[in-house]
Ligand binder design. Structure first.
Ligand SMILES: [Cu+2]
Length: 182
C-alpha cells in the first residue's frame, strides 16, 4: 500500500481538472495570438484594419441566431459582433454545411473538445465576442453553434456571399448552382 502516492495523485488530478475548467470558462478571443490564415472555401481570416462592415448577431438559449440570414459581397471583410443573450455557452462557427455537419457530430462525441479557429467565436453567457472574416469566395455558406445539442436543435444560419460583378479572382461560373465537391 502506498497511501502517500494515492493522495498525491488525487491532488494532481484535482489540480488539472481545475485548470481545465478554468480554461474552458475563460475561452475568449481577447488575447488570441497571431491568427493563422488559411484559405477556406468560405473565406479567410480578416484583419481589423480591413473591416468594412460590422454585423451584429445575437445568440440565445432558444437555440437561434438573430438574424439567421446574412448577405455579404465577395471580398468584404466583416466584423461579426456576437452577443450571447442566454445563460448557456454559445458559439458562432462559419463553414460549409458539410464541414459544420461533420464538426457538429464530433462535438457530440467529444463535448469538451477545445478548438479555436479564426472563423469561430466562443461566447460565454451574457458576453460579447467577435470575429473578423474576409469573404473572398462567393457561395452559400452556413454558420452554426456547434456546442453539443445546439446544432441538432436548429442553431444554425445562412450566409450568402454574392460574387462581385467586376472581374474577380475566381473565374466566375455563376450558374446559380452551389459548388458541389464530393
Ligand atoms: Cu449554442
Amino acid at each position: 500500500m502506498n497511501a502517500i502516492h494515492t493522495v498525491l495523485s488525487a491532488a494532481l488530478i484535482g489540480a488539472s481538472f481545475g485548470a481545465i475548467a478554468h480554461e474552458g470558462e475563460d475561452h475568449n478571443k481577447k488575447n488570441a495570438g497571431p491568427v493563422k490564415k488559411e484559405q477556406k472555401q468560405w473565406g479567410i481570416a480578416g484583419d481589423a484594419k480591413d473591416v468594412e462592415r460590422t454585423i451584429e448577431i445575437t445568440m440565445g438559449d432558444n437555440m437561434r441566431f438573430s438574424p439567421g440570414k446574412i448577405e455579404v459581397k465577395q471580398g468584404e471583410t466583416v466584423n461579426f459582433v456576437v452577443t450571447n443573450s442566454g445563460k448557456l455557452m454559445h458559439e458562432l462557427v462559419i463553414g460549409t454545411k458539410k464541414d459544420l455537419d461533420e464538426h457538429a457530430a464530433l462535438m457530440v462525441k467529444f463535448p469538451n473538445m477545445e478548438h479555436d479557429e479564426p472563423y469561430q467565436a466562443h461566447v460565454a453567457a451574457g458576453k460579447t465576442g467577435n470575429l473578423i472574416w474576409n469573404f473572398n469566395r462567393a457561395g452559400n455558406f452556413d454558420f452554426a453553434c456547434l456546442i453539443a445539442g445546439h446544432y441538432q436543435a436548429g442553431m444554425a444560419g445562412k450566409i450568402t456571399v454574392a460574387g462581385s460583378s467586376a472581374a474577380d479572382t475566381a473565374p466566375a461560373k455563376s450558374s446559380g448552382h452551389g459548388t458541389h465537391k464530393h
